[in-house]
Design a protein around this ligand. Structure first.
Ligand code: NAD
Ligand code: UGA
Length: 472
């Protein structure tokens, strides 16, 4: 089966970049990306490519080559579904906030709405592709929703989880380590898988396209994220040990990573991993394990999250302790709000929890990030406090103590301490001695990313803390 018309439901961090790359690599396929959020579609259609809703290196160049040619962003969801032979579901799957499995299970309401929408308007057979990260056996639920709402056309549901990382999404999509496609072993299942294989084959070597059954594909996605996050929690737990023993985490990390069986990637310490997926996907895995009665397995993976929370809390406590346990009324500058460099995404960024703890202790917080908007920074904090059950008045009181700055200079001026939360390249290029001169008399710099070193600052001035370096 030759596919020449694709629709993607969900114009977010996955839907936008993945479809842009498919459109670029497959000029014979018409790709339409739709979303229930009309503002987002307007942003994707903005003439000024600086206003795209997703910032990713290399993305705007692809959009400029494909948009209006074979890539379209549209609010007309019905039309896009009707015309497509293959429909990707790239909608959000956050952790459930209410009901059965609250706090652990994935909220599948967006996926279910998507499936019923597809069923409601489809007039011809469709291949429905799970692009969102989903719990094992969700394909079964999707099939049920599709068939219950429309038994006149045939739907084939396949799984094709996405492995891109934000900040490197375009290079990850161009040169994927693997593309995973799970489908049924029936003839129609195999045909659907082959139709998608043919698309990827246009730029991904055949030996990197892995086809499996649906459940292996769904579980492999959750497991991959869990394994990556587990490495970060492992190195972060060791960073605490380094501070008490005189070992240095960068040396330990290098020594561990040189073992080819372990490898060097994902061994950088931080004040905890962020991003929209690691936490929610592991919680989902924990829920699934418990559901299967595998309590030890659930507890094993839950520990990855617990160490991550510990690390965020530990970093905030180190700042407070170094300021003699009293930060009330003191200006502290947060450099970097994005959960990693080269993205405007701040979902689950460790900057949120650290800032909240410092605000609770009475600090005056000034934040600077080169890409995250001030509206987003404020809404991250409000959502965080709402989830913790804080009242409107408490939130209003705390929000007044935070200032979002347009430049680093404004953020650091007269501050007692700086907390580097994101490893933005531009931070490495700053004149750190000059920054120290513009802070208070004994300034403190807390580097959670280990991006600056003693040669870049005047070590006789104030305190310089790097995560996982000896404090004895
Ligand atoms: P996102 O929040 O950026 O985008 C999801 C979009 O779907 C939103 O714009 C939302 O308005 C839209 N949407 C929700 N319900 C809809 C509906 N019924 N009809 C039309 N549009 C609808 O989320 P994301 O980061 O792109 O993640 C999407 C999925 O991909 C998640 O399951 C996530 O776990 C997975 N994933 C994300 C990444 C990543 O780097 N962000 C990487 C791999 C996998
Ligand atoms: C992660 C995975 O890497 C992707 O493969 C996956 O597709 C995606 O989640 C997803 O499912 O959403 P992402 O969260 O975008 O991608 O970014 P990562 O590079 O994995 O970083 C996640 C967090 O871990 C960031 O806060 C980063 O700073 C932190 N990190 C990463 C460390 O603290 N140390 C490291 O060594 C690596």
């Amino acid at each position: 089966m030759n596919i020449n018309n694709i629709c993607c439901i969900g114009a977010g961090y996955v839907g936008g970049p993945t479809m842009a790359v498919i459109a670029l690599k497959c000029p014979d396929i018409c790709v339409t990306v739709v979303d229930i959020n009309p503002k987002k579609i307007n942003q994707w259609n903005d003439k000024n490519l600086e206003n795209l809703p997703v910032f990713e290196p290399g993305l705007k160049e692809i959009i400029s080559k494909t948009r209006g040619i074979n890539l379209f962003f549209s609010k007309d969801i019905d039309k896009a579904i009707i015309e497509a032979q293959m429909i990707f579901m790239a909608v959000n799957t956050p952790t459930k906030k209410n009901g059965e499995g609250k706090g652990f299970a994935a909220d599948l309401s967006f996926v279910e709405k998507c499936a019923s929408h597809i069923a409601r308007v489809s007039k011809t057979d469709k291949i429905v592709v799970e692009k969102s990260t989903l719990p094992v056996r969700t394909a079964e639920k999707i099939k049920k929703v599709l068939f219950e709402n429309n038994n006149k056309v045939k739907f084939e549901v396949i799984s094709n989880p996405e492995f891109l990382a934000e900040g490197t999404a375009i290079q990850d999509l161009f040169k994927s380590d693997r593309v995973l496609i799970g489908g049924d072993s029936t003839n129609s299942g195999k045909n659907a898988v082959n139709a998608l294989v043919k698309i990827y084959e246009k730029w991904i070597p055949k030996n990197k396209i892995l086809t499996t059954n649906v459940w292996s594909s769904e579980l492999s996605k959750l497991a991959s994220n869990a394994m990556l996050a587990q490495r970060i929690s492992s190195i972060n737990s060791l960073s605490a040990l380094c501070e008490h023993t005189g070992a240095d985490i960068s040396e330990v990390s290098l020594a561990i990573g040189m073992d080819s069986r372990i490898g060097e990637k994902f061994l950088k310490p931080s004040a905890g991993f962020g991003g929209s997926c690691f936490k929610k996907d592991i919680l989902n895995l924990v829920y699934l394990s418990k559901f299967c009665g595998l309590n030890e397995v659930a507890e094993y993976w839950h520990q990855v999250i617990k160490i991550n929370d510990y690390q965020k809390d530990r970093f905030a406590k180190i700042i407070i302790k170094n300021l003699d346990g009293n930060i009330n009324g003191k200006k502290i500058s947060i450099l970097g709000w994005a959960f990693k460099k080269d993205t405007n995404d701040s979902r689950e960024s460790s900057a949120i929890g650290v800032t909240s703890k410092l605000l609770d202790e009475g600090a005056k917080i000034h934040v600077y990030d080169p890409k995250v908007s001030s509206r987003r920074i404020v809404s991250d904090l409000i959502e965080f406090w709402k989830d913790k059950g804080e009242s409107r008045s408490e939130i209003n009181y705390k929000i007044k103590k935070i200032t979002i700055e347009k430049t680093c200079q404004d953020s650091i001026r007269d501050s007692f301490a700086i907390a580097i939360m994101t490893e933005w390249e531009v931070f490495k290029e700053y004149d750190w001695v000059n920054i120290q001169d513009n802070m208070v008399e004994k300034p403190m710099i807390f580097d959670s990313r280990n991006i600056i070193n003693e040669k870049m600052i005047d070590i006789n001035k104030g305190i310089f803390y790097q995560l996982g370096t000896p404090q004895i």
